[in-house]
Write a protein that binds this ligand. Structure first.
Ligand code: LLP
Length: 406
């Protein structure tokens, strides 16, 4: 366990969080290197037989130090913008381990990716194929591409993070995919290297993945193309609450292994949340506590600009005290941020241990889509990020200065 209590005080990897708050302004994100490494190795062990190329999905956490730590463990990167591509390169990820995804890559972004010779550009429309062909011709390059298919599979996850259904904007429907494959010869400066798919995020059952593999197998046969790579995307869910179900990756790995053998191809995965989700915590200070009727509003110095998932997806993240007192709060508790919006609220509890103004709390499991989704809304500076590695506190992003955003 990364977070644990010693005599009522919260520790992360054996360092006292209270001590860390003495030198760092809240809110700040704090990550455990140990846990990141554990998760990466765990994922890679599950798929040992498949021996995939693991491309960490940079959008889930785009801190260059974290990408670089993962790179040293062997990871590549899945990027979706010029910024993410440049971050991955800065983190010393080799271009031949980078895949570039996204429905709306611009000409400039594509030029950079082609110039850097990334492993794959996963295209999502015929127009994109045309544009890459045109740029490649000018640059006298043959560009390797993957085609993203929309398999028409419901990932059974939050509707806002589901991408594989037929009415979503992602990928090519099966018939368009086959058409493009048939007419691909006209793109003289492109080479089809891969088929890619990504059906959604926070997926907790392997059924949608199984369905997807079946759809892919059939369509690959129809296309009569020997794809060198099949990029199966990410989406592996994690338990955010104690009783939540864990995805059975072991079983999925067996299915993928069979699939790989039948097709004689290499496999790529693009996990984000599974690698970093439970490795990060957001530490925040209680600014005020105000009691309205029977409810205590605990007003934090972290808001929806710092951590957006509850406001955006109604996601529930537990909040635990940094100093756990034996006494209980009188009445219900709702943790809220300081932002002028009613959705700037995090979580509610019926009973909670006693809190006082200026105490600290920890918002848990925020390593994925936490800091990377944060913004300057209300002209608030981006929070700092800290990595705990081998007993040391490393600042991996300093807190933004207000002057930088004015
Ligand atoms: N590959 C592609 C093409 C993707 O679009 C995504 C995520 C991933 C890989 C990584 O998915 P993961 O393994 O992390 O599930 N902001 C939302 C999640 C949006 C996911 C977008 N795409 C959230 O906070 O839950």
């Amino acid at each position: 366990m990364t977070l644990n209590y010693k005599n009522s005080n919260l520790f992360i990897d054996n360092l006292s969080i209270k001590n860390i708050t003495k030198k760092n302004i809240t809110p700040f994100y704090i990550y455990s290197f140990k846990k990141i490494k554990n998760n990466y190795q765990n994922f890679s062990n599950y798929f040992k037989k498949v021996s995939p190329l693991i491309c960490f999905s940079v959008k889930s956490n785009s801190n260059v130090s974290i990408i670089s730590e993962l790179g040293r463990m062997g990871s590549g990167a899945d990027v979706v913008s010029e910024g993410e591509l440049l971050k991955a390169l800065k983190a010393k990820i080799k271009p031949n381990k980078i895949v570039f995804s996204g429905v709306g890559k611009t000409e400039n972004e594509l030029k950079v990716a082609i110039k850097k010779r990334v492993l794959l550009i996963n295209i999502e429309s015929e127009s994109e194929a045309k544009l890459i062909d045109k740029i490649s011709k000018k640059m006298r390059r043959i560009t390797s591409i993957g085609i993203r298919i929309n398999p028409g599979v419901d990932a059974n996850t939050l509707s806002k993070i589901s991408t594989g259904k037929l009415d979503s904007k992602f990928g090519l429907p099966k018939s368009n995919f086959l058409n493009l494959c048939r007419n691909f010869k006209k793109f003289r400066n492109l080479k089809i290297k891969a088929l890619s798919v990504h059906i959604g995020s926070q997926i907790t059952s392997i059924n949608p993945y199984r369905k997807t593999l079946n759809v892919l197998y059939k369509i690959i046969k129809l296309s009569r193309i020997n794809f060198e790579y099949i990029d199966l995307g990410g989406g592996f869910g994690i338990p955010y609450q104690n009783k939540q179900k864990k995805i059975d990756i072991g079983r999925y790995s067996k299915l993928v292994n069979k699939f790989k053998k039948k097709l004689n191809c290499k496999i790529i995965f693009e996990p984000g949340r599974f690698i970093v989700g439970n490795t990060g915590t957001l530490i925040s200070r209680i600014v005020f506590i105000k009691k309205n009727r029977n409810k205590n509003f605990v007003i934090l110095d972290a808001g929806m600009n710092d951590f957006m998932r509850p406001a955006l997806y109604n996601a529930k993240h537990n909040i635990i005290p940094v100093l756990k007192l034996k006494k209980q709060m009188n009445g219900n508790v709702e943790f809220v941020g300081p932002i002028c919006e009613s959705t700037d609220t995090f979580v509610k509890y019926r009973n909670y241990s006693l809190l006082n103004e200026n105490n600290y709390v920890a918002i848990t499991n925020v390593g994925a889509y936490g800091s990377s989704l944060s913004s300057n809304y209300n002209t608030r500076p981006l929070a700092s990020e800290i990595l705990i590695k081998k007993g040391k506190v490393k600042i991996i992003r300093r807190r933004q200065k207000i002057s930088e955003i004015i």
